[in-house]
Design a protein around this ligand. Structure first.
Ligand code: GYE
Length: 345
């Protein structure tokens, strides 16, 4: 009986507890109330930990949003599942955080939860990938890369290289190991390759997603090698998948490198974040890497500080990125009228 009475009291108290658990729930975590008062609370929904790029990005965010810098960071890892990210954003709204930072796994399906954040008066800053929403007031601003530009640089590099080496377009037999389907990085990098293949007359044999992970990159490459015997270029939408693909190629007895005339399979990829892929690029196992910069922590922090002062930052903020190759053949690529020098990895 006593138990039931306690349970009933608890149930009756629940709404009151829930109502009061806005910012006070966060404050309880702090030992120093006076310091906590001045902190800006940021809820960060990271999409996962699928790659070195992602882990570097998470660390960059955590280093930017420290207590010393005036922030209280609530970090949530979505494990590559949008449903987890939606739950995290709802939790941030419940907690009454000051700002929500969202690194969305995929582009679609965000209207409802972003509307809830807007109704609660919490600004949302997008980082890295984007959301596809008709109502652009559902988020304050975005910072990240131009993924299609990365791809245009890469495919222009490939066009120039093959031209210099007298490899005709129809001799290129390309497979694409794609990132997570429906993510901005995948969409831009896939579109860039598809357009270049059409414009140049390259044979784009097939495209399969490896979900941006090393293990899936290995699996997808192994399966592709069973299905096709003429692959001579592997376009990987990130370095981790390239590392997995190189394992699979070598396990199948292939030689990996830029000399496709001599039977090598050329691997190209994106990111340039981890030491292993840069080392592969120096050795020529990865012939070219289009850089994707993950160090967004200070950039997101600057955006939040601007919003906090009542300023209106630019809606879309792009970062500058390089292109790396250890082959000296192509010194620069020109895309949309801008010349990018090809740098040593
Ligand atoms: O290239 C990849 C990661 O969205 C830019 O996601 C990001 C991509 C990055 O898993 O390695």
């Amino acid at each position: 009986m006593k138990k039931i009475a306690t349970l009933l009291t608890l149930l009756l108290l629940l709404p009151a507890l829930a109502a009061g658990c806005g910012s006070s729930a966060i404050k309880e975590e702090s030992t120093d109330e006076t310091v906590e008062e001045d902190l800006i609370t940021v809820g960060f929904s990271q999409l996962g930990a699928e790659s070195d790029w992602r882990n570097t990005n998470t660390i960059s965010m955590q280093e930017a949003f420290t207590r010393d810098n005036g922030f209280n960071l609530v970090y949530k890892n979505g494990q590559q599942k949008q449903a987890n990210q939606i739950t995290a954003v709802r939790m941030f709204i419940q907690q009454g955080v000051d700002y929500i930072v969202l690194a969305p796994a995929t582009e679609t399906g965000w209207e409802s939860v972003l509307t809830e954040a807007r109704d609660a008066g919490i600004p949302v800053i997008l980082v890295d990938r984007r959301v596809d929403v008709a109502d652009k007031t559902l988020f304050s601003c975005w910072v990240g890369s131009d993924f299609e530009l990365e791809s245009k640089k890469m495919t222009e590099w490939l066009r120039k290289l093959t031209e210099v080496r007298n490899i005709s377009p129809e001799e290129l037999h390309i497979v694409n190991i794609q990132g997570t389907m429906g993510s901005t990085a995948q969409i831009g990098r896939t579109r860039g390759l598809a357009n270049a293949a059409r414009e140049n007359g390259w044979d784009l044999i097939t495209e399969v997603s490896g979900d941006f992970t090393e293990n899936k990159g290995r699996e997808v490459m192994a399966a592709m090698l069973k299905g096709y015997d003429n692959i001579n270029v592997v376009y990987c939408e990130n370095d981790n998948m390239a590392i997995g693909a190189i394992d699979a190629l070598e396990a199948a007895g292939k030689r990996v490198g830029p000399n496709i005339k001599n039977g090598e399979v050329m691997v190209v990829s994106f990111d340039g974040v981890n030491e292993k892929s840069l080392e592969y690029c120096r050795e020529g196992k990865i012939s070219c890497i289009a850089e994707c910069n993950p160090l967004h922590g200070p950039r997101v922090r600057a955006l939040i500080e601007a919003l906090d002062k009542g300023e209106t930052p630019e809606t879309f903020n792009y970062v500058d990125e390089k292109i790396f190759s250890s082959l000296n053949t192509v010194k620069s690529v020109t895309v949309d009228g801008i010349e990018y020098s090809v740098e040593e990895p």
